[in-house]
Design a protein around this ligand. Structure first.
Ligand code: NAI
Length: 327
């Protein structure tokens, strides 16, 4: 079976090549899949895509016309796929629902700690022989209230780590996790969580219901100087409202691993180019903002699991079996 991997980086190639076999032949395209690049899928049986590939209706139509009947997502989120259209066309879509919740949870906590203890500033200061502590004052996480929006696999892994720090957990989800309740977490509506939390971390998927759940009016409910962390999907946050919140000091710390318009920026080296995104550039001017380029998933263990599950999904398709993680 011939598979075209879009948005394929060197590390994707290195890890996927270990799973290549007589039954699975991978070709790698650095470009992301969209209406302009879809022609590259000609002659393949399946496409393998990542978070910023465009699998909207017109692209799915074009894939179908080229004979593609399988989309193997090598990520958990699937907000970039028009699932109704895929179903209508008979294109099967599978994903990797849980490659390493701990990888994302650990990155989330790394962002909380880095912002709080200002490690990004300390790193540069010490390299400059500046050992002054002014401006590096942090707070104890122990005893602080952390608000987790979404307590699925990643939210729960984050909760477990933060319980170890002695934090109080307030959570919001469509359904409660009894194990977290037993461990001392309390569930509440989103508004109460916003009012109570010192740190708010987002771990729910991007859906019409969750789009811009951090916005001008929800920010008004939050504590002054709140820390906001988003390692889930950029669209959960209204970036312009957040910039206002940073300027008014409502937001004291902001950690983003995802960004609403990241498809035009992330996963590429743009250091030699001018970036036209004024909103993103404004974010970078704040000393209390830490941005990473969608790297929370990026551990050796997660990459291995992504390759294994994606290969299993592709083989299931080629053998006309149902993949366990089909959408
Ligand atoms: P999951 O499906 O295990 O958990 C998501 C949770 O959100 C579920 O408990 C669900 O009930 C809850 N939820 C759904 N709608 C909600 C709503 N309206 N309000 C509150 N809660 C709601 O997913 P998992 O694996 O924990 O992943 C969470 C998100 O993390 C994914 O959707 C993806 O967007 C993001 N992600 C980010 C990565 C990164 O590298 N930055 C890597 C992997 C996932």
């Amino acid at each position: 079976m011939k598979v075209a991997l879009f948005s394929a980086k060197k590390y994707d190639q290195q890890s996927f090549q270990q799973w290549a076999s007589a039954r699975l032949e991978f070709s790698y395209f650095d470009t992301k899949l969209d209406a302009n690049s879809v022609g590259l899928a000609q002659g393949f049986d399946a496409v393998c895509c990542f978070v910023n590939d465009d699998l909207s209706a017109p692209v799915l139509d074009a894939l179908y016309q080229q004979g593609i009947r399988m989309v193997a997502l090598r990520c958990a989120g699937f907000n970039n796929v028009d699932l109704d259209k895929a179903k209508t066309l008979g294109i099967r879509v599978a994903r990797v629902p849980a490659y390493s919740p701990e990888a994302v949870a650990e990155h989330t906590v790394a962002m909380i700690l880095c912002l709080n203890r200002k490690l990004h500033k300390a790193y540069n200061r010490v390299r400059d022989d500046n050992f002054a502590l002014d401006g590096l004052l942090g707070f104890n996480l122990h005893g602080k209230t952390i608000g987790l929006v979404g307590t699925g696999k990643i939210g729960k892994a984050t909760a477990r780590i933060l319980l170890g720090f002695g934090c109080r957990l307030v959570c919001h989800d469509l359904s409660q996790d009894p194990e977290l309740v037993q461990l001392g977490a309390s569930y509440m509506n989103l508004e109460d969580l916003f009012v109570q939390a010192d740190v708010i971390s987002l771990h729910c998927p991007l859906t019409p219901q969750t789009a811009h759940l951090v916005n001008e009016s929800s920010l008004l409910l939050m504590k002054d100087g709140v820390m906001l962390i988003n390692t889930s999907r950029g669209g959960l946050v209204d970036t312009k409202a957040v910039i206002k919140g940073l300027k008014s000091r409502k937001i004291g710390y902001l950690g983003l691993d995802v960004y609403e318009q990241e498809a035009d920026l992330f996963f590429r080296d743009l250091s030699e180019q001018l970036i036209d995104d004024e909103v993103f550039k404004r974010l970078l001017t704040f000393p209390n903002v830490l941005i990473t380029g969608h790297q929370a998933f990026f551990t050796q263990e997660a990459l291995q699991q992504i390759c294994q599950t994606t290969s299993d999904n592709l083989l299931a398709f080629s053998e006309n079996r149902l993949a366990g993680t089909e959408l």
